[in-house]
Design a protein around this ligand. Structure first.
Ligand code: NAD
Length: 506
């Protein structure tokens, strides 16, 4: 069924698909092209956050399983059946891989929704098309990776070759389970590496299916392996492993710092980090269309339940338009995202990923109240929805940038309005954070826009829009948001290393 057809299906249909999918959930590890149990038989339970009911008992990989997966990946890399084949051959397999993801979009979508509560309409309309795009784009890049022959004196030829790294360990988060895995795995595979993926324990289901589809597409067994397990067990073992050439990590800043330590404690493997954010959106008084800006503001923080690394959680609003901005935000944004059953295509807001995440977000909302921010709407659990991990869309105003809600990455649907007086102050507040992932700028004046773009410390800045982009756009942060750049052509190059070959000719 095409993605377009899927977008037109109703709740009854998705409930039936979910019922069938639950009965067939694969829970084991995927190593060397086969599903296998964890060596010590350990298991952990994933829970459907919309209902609080257990979803599946997953095999819990440990260091032994990581060892086994890395050994297979290393052997497969050295065999050359993936790393040394003609680029076209890898391209064809990745194109088939993308087509199979599209073919199985329905079952993949439902796994995503069951595991982490993302509204099915968002998975079908957003995540899956982006996953398919990612795999296709990286396939297209494969035969565009070039080395160089540099200028030298006669009697010398100097070539710079680009080679894959070896075994890449990928550690991914749960907020876009398939997409974040694809941003890592697709360029790593495209560049000729083999991969061991450790998906987030909250939502590993779709990643197991992804690896199976790679093999169905003709990918050699052992090239793409998946080891489920807990972060501090399986993730740590992967990051400490001496035969892993690079760890590509997306997750919290806290764990990102541990990954750097593990690399130093082991083999100095390369590390690329995509971490947290506390992104500002700056609304200057001359904004051309206030309602359009306000709409982007509430969408930028309430979509995906606010569980977005680049969520526009700090709304910096010019004092001259602050009252009007807040008024319109309440009018337009209060009911725009209604918590509901994520399997219902009409639902725009599902539960948070776990009960613990819900409690953490509610705790931060309480801290906002305590510190004197003004709660304009939301702030609690939607009535009658206690079984799931729901939190209402929430707006705080009169927030100061030193309050906890302005400093911590809440990772929930909580917006904070902070007013500013003049562009210099806006830049100062925007940069007063450990993070630097993304920002939005709203003004009709090109000079002001440029001043803000140059002044704000962030890896991605949107001007008069928010959270847009395509595969050509480098995505990644400044400061403690990490230093990797996903999505773009540079991303595939970051899974290669250069080798200089200096020939003395006789
Ligand atoms: P997390 O850091 O808790 O977990 C991320 C991954 O790391 C998971 O697979 C987890 O099992 C693993 N992990 C946990 N402890 C580990 C350890 N000691 N050693 C090795 N691996 C370990 O993050 P999360 O809660 O899954 O995801 C949310 C975070 O991810 C947020 O901070 C968000 O901003 C960030 N994120 C960033 C981007 C980006 O592109 N910058 C994208 C999505 C999410």
């Amino acid at each position: 069924m095409s993605l377009q057809t899927l977008a037109g299906l109703d709740r009854k249909h998705w409930q039936a698909v979910a019922g069938a999918a639950r009965a067939r959930i694969e829970t084991r590890l995927f190593i060397d092209g086969r599903f296998v149990d964890a060596a010590d038989g350990g298991r952990f339970v994933t829970v459907n956050p919309a209902t609080g009911e257990p979803l599946a008992e997953m095999s819990a990989g440990t260091a032994v399983d990581i060892d086994r997966a890395v050994a297979v990946a290393r052997h497969t890399f050295k065999s050359g059946i993936w790393s040394r084949v003609a680029p076209r051959q890898r391209m064809e397999i990745l194109y088939r891989f993308a087509a199979l993801v599209e073919r199985d979009a329905e079952s993949l979508a439902v796994l995503e929704t069951l595991a982490m509560g993302k509204p099915i309409a968002d998975v079908v309309g957003g995540d899956l098309p982006a996953v398919i795009d990612t795999i296709r784009y990286m396939a297209e890049c494969i035969d565009k990776i070039e080395g160089a022959v540099t200028s030298t004196e006669s009697g010398v030829m100097h070539m710079v070759l680009r080679e894959p790294l070896g075994v890449v360990g990928a550690i991914s988060p749960w907020n876009y389970p398939l997409l974040m895995a694809a941003w890592k795995v697709a360029p790593a595979l495209a560049a000729g590496n083999t991969v061991v993926l450790k998906p987030a324990e909250q939502a590993p289901l779709s990643c197991l299916r992804l690896a199976e589809l790679f093999v169905e597409a003709g990918g050699p067994p052992g090239v793409f392996n998946v080891v489920n397990g807990l972060g501090e067990v399986a993730g740590k073992a992967l990051a400490l492993h001496g035969d892993v050439a690079k760890i590509t990590f997306t997750g919290s800043t806290e764990v990102g710092k541990l990954i750097l330590q593990y690399a130093g404690q082991s083999n100095m493997k390369q590390v690329s980090l995509e971490c947290g954010g506390k992104s500002p959106q700056v609304f200057v008084a001359d904004v051309a269309d206030l309602d359009r800006a306000v709409t982007a503001a509430y969408r930028g923080i309430f979509s995906n339940m606010g569980e977005v690394c680049n969520a526009g959680s700090r709304l910096l609003v010019d004092r001259a338009i602050c009252d009007r901005f807040v008024e319109r935000f309440i009018e337009l944004g209060r009911d725009a995202f209604r918590p509901g059953d994520p399997l219902d295509p009409a639902t725009s807001m599902g539960p948070l990923v776990t009960r613990e995440a819900q409690q953490r977000v509610l705790g931060l909302i309480e801290a906002g109240r305590r510190e004197g921010a003004r709660l304009q709407f939301g702030g609690g659990v939607p009535p009658g929805m206690d079984a799931g991990a729901y939190v209402c869309p929430t707006l705080f105003t009169e927030v100061r940038n030193d309050m906890m809600i302005a400093r911590q990455e809440i990772f929930g649907p909580v917006a904070s309005v902070i007013s500013f007086n003049g562009i210099e102050q806006a830049i100062e507040i925007a940069n007063d954070t450990i993070y630097g992932l993304a920002a939005g700028v709203w003004t009709r004046d090109i000079d002001t826009a440029f001043r803000l773009v140059r002044g704000i410390e962030a890896g991605v800045i949107w001007i008069n829009c928010f959270d847009e982009g395509d595969m050509t756009q480098p995505f990644g942060g400044y400061k403690q948001s990490g230093h990797a750049r996903d999505k773009c052509f540079d991303s595939i190059k970051s899974y290669t290393q250069t080798k200089s070959a200096w020939f003395r000719l006789s």
